[in-house]
Design a protein around this ligand. Sequence first.
Ligand SMILES: Cc1cc2nc3c(=O)[nH]c(=O)nc-3n(C[C@H](O)[C@H](O)[C@H](O)COP(=O)(O)OP(=O)(O)OC[C@H]3O[C@@H](n4cnc5c(N)ncnc54)[C@H](O)[C@@H]3O)c2cc1C
Length: 427
Amino acid sequence: MDAIVVGAGVIGVTAALALQERGLKVMLLDGQTVAQGCSSVNAGVIYQGAFPFSTYYRIPDLPAAFFSATAPAALDWRSAPSLLSWGVQYAKATRSDMVWHGTDLLHELCRNSLHAFGQLLGPDLPELNASGYLAVHLSDHELDRAKRLNSIRKSLGAAARMVSNADLVALEPAMCGLTTRHHAVGASFLEGSVHVADPASFLSGLLEVFAQRSGIVRVDKVLGIESKGARGAIVRCGTENFSPRAVVLATGAGSNKLLADCNHRVPLLAEKGYELELDVERGFITRPVALPSFGLLLTPSQLGARISGLSHFGLPGFRARPGLLLSALQRLREIMPVLRPRSGFEVRSGERPATPDSLPIVERVPGHPCVFVSTGHGHLGFTLSAISSSILADMVTDGVSSYASELSSQRFRTSTRSRAALLQATY
Ligand SMILES: Cc1cc2nc3c(=O)[nH]c(=O)nc-3n(C[C@H](O)[C@H](O)[C@H](O)COP(=O)(O)OP(=O)(O)OC[C@H]3O[C@@H](n4cnc5c(N)ncnc54)[C@H](O)[C@@H]3O)c2cc1C
């Protein structure tokens, strides 16, 4: 076996496909029946023109973001003592030059994301809906900020424009109530974004392609990794051990568990997001519609539409609070009463692997030449999966990537000042 990828979320499946495309014999291992992690709870949007979290929330904004009655974010208080060092790194990531760098890099990665999906899958790429993405703004303050962000998006090559309420209703008639009752003050239209209505079956489709191309898929929990230096690694599973030449950990928010076997740790939190199926007709909306004031996103689904979002931070495995989504939905229903939960469906949650600077970590584990990690894709795992997996495959097969220093976890070890200099030199 040339390579084992641990974790069959969207990052692991695309990593396995990318390594397979480079001619490697690859096994994909997951402890659960496939695609049960964060990747199954997903709005299915491939964003164009994304910003780091720190663009929206600087340090003075955090109390309102976390503690107001309508806050779109929450903390798991039992995890709080362990969140401090991540918080310090987040504070550093709010420095203007860091925000600019992150914005530039995320835009570049998003710009290349669709091309990377095409390269990875060719004619096997499942259908994507290229109908763009709308964000409805409910206050003048939000509208002003959206105008500023859209002009940055445009300057970085992403198609973004403001649309009037009349255009919003022409695009999505279901938003009519928001405009006639004067809640909406305008909307942003990101035309280059695409989506899938069923992210779980999209991922199963990718997994099928991997298997058809002679990839091996096993359901087995990995209990430990033993690095053998340049000679590969031993992957210890519940039922069997394997000795591949390379191991890739694509284990999402809980990646530090297996990294500990290599004495490595990356700054990673679990940022839970929630989703719920709504009781609306199929075709209720035709493209994703975000409501940033509520931290929520409506997306077309197989049955009608789903609502998803919120940011609930804690250590991996912390207890979900479905009530967070239900109360946000209740507030939203005051202006969109039609949005009722569909009976028989429950709120589901997924743990986004979150880094302090909203950029993924894709690296060779220091001191272990055959062990790699790809995690920390936060809100953008579906979007960045194919492009970050192509970067990872460069690292595994060629030993280098032009993104190696920007996506390495070492960026959190250098002082802010030398990090800024490093970033300037590499970008
Ligand atoms: C509500 C919500 C909506 C979202 N919407 C979008 C969107 O529209 N667009 C977008 O780009 N992103 C979106 N995201 C983010 C995206 O879903 C995540 O970034 C992405 O799923 C992370 O994928 P992953 O493969 O790293 O992790 P996961 O999907 O969590 O996969 C990790 C896998 O590793 C396995 N694993 C862990 N430990 C072991 C072990 N020891 N042995 C074997 N297997 C193991 C787990 O079982 C799991 O299957 C959304 C997230 C949420 C929560």
